[in-house]
Design a protein around this ligand. Structure first.
Ligand code: GDP
Length: 199
């Protein structure tokens, strides 16, 4: 698949106001600074498509983009700010959880994790939650250009070992770099393969 067109559609605070669910949809979620905006820009070949969600006020919203007029790409708000207040955290959780559970056209969510870090508690909790809710997801290891091949292998193995404590079959994962474009083809191929899934 090639992305020929990518256009911002709308930002929302609730899934109830999102575009009518008549096109397949893929969401991106991750802790702040994981490289989500950069990855979305890399995938779509647009330098600042996801910037709109990085501007103050837009960071805590569900952002819809339409791709090739055929499917929605959704940039979900970043989470895991160290000093976020309880009420903001709860707001994020309510908005995001409700979106993920209720969005009928959501095919898969890409969960971004920083390849340089040990498995983070918040990421593991999120992955567990997806499992509990039986929601489809693919893990994306980000910023792999910052690691040596050897270190990347060690980190990914470490992550998988951790997940294998909980998962009989390991979740699908793709290594990515917004800087070099690694992972772009794999992500787009995954979307092309799954886009005709009924919803
Ligand atoms: P977001 O908060 O998840 O949207 O993260 P951003 O996309 O804003 O990225 C956070 C920081 O990491 C920025 O300084 C980016 O330039 C940097 N970054 C993101 N992805 C990559 C990558 O693949 N490689 C490298 N070297 N840096 C990256």
């Amino acid at each position: 698949m090639q992305i020929k067109q990518a256009r911002f559609v709308i930002s929302n605070t609730t899934h109830l106001k999102c575009p009518s669910p008549d096109l397949p949809e893929y969401a991106f979620i991750g802790r702040s600074n994981v490289g989500k905006s950069s990855l979305i820009n890399m995938l779509t070949g647009r330098k600042s498509l996801a910037k709109i969600s990085g501007t103050p006020g837009k960071t805590q919203l569900i952002n819809h983009f339409i791709i090739n007029e055929k499917w929605y790409l959704v940039d979900l708000p970043g989470f895991g700010f160290a000093k976020i207040s309880k009420s903001i955290r709860q707001k994020w959780e309510n908005m995001t959880w409700n979106y993920l559970i209720n969005r009928s056209n959501l095919i898969t969510t890409f969960i971004l994790v920083d390849s340089r870090l040990e498995p983070q508690k918040a990421d593991l909790e999120l992955i567990t939650w997806f499992g509990e809710k039986n929601l489809s997801f693919v893990m994306l290891f980000t910023k792999i250009d910052k690691l040596s091949k050897r270190q990347l292998l060690i980190n990914v193995e470490n992550y998988k070992k951790r997940l294998s404590k909980q998962w009989e079959e390991l979740p699908l994962s793709i290594i990515t770099s917004a800087k070099t474009g690694t992972g772009k083809e794999d992500i787009l191929a995954y979307i092309a393969e799954t886009i005709n899934t009924n919803f």
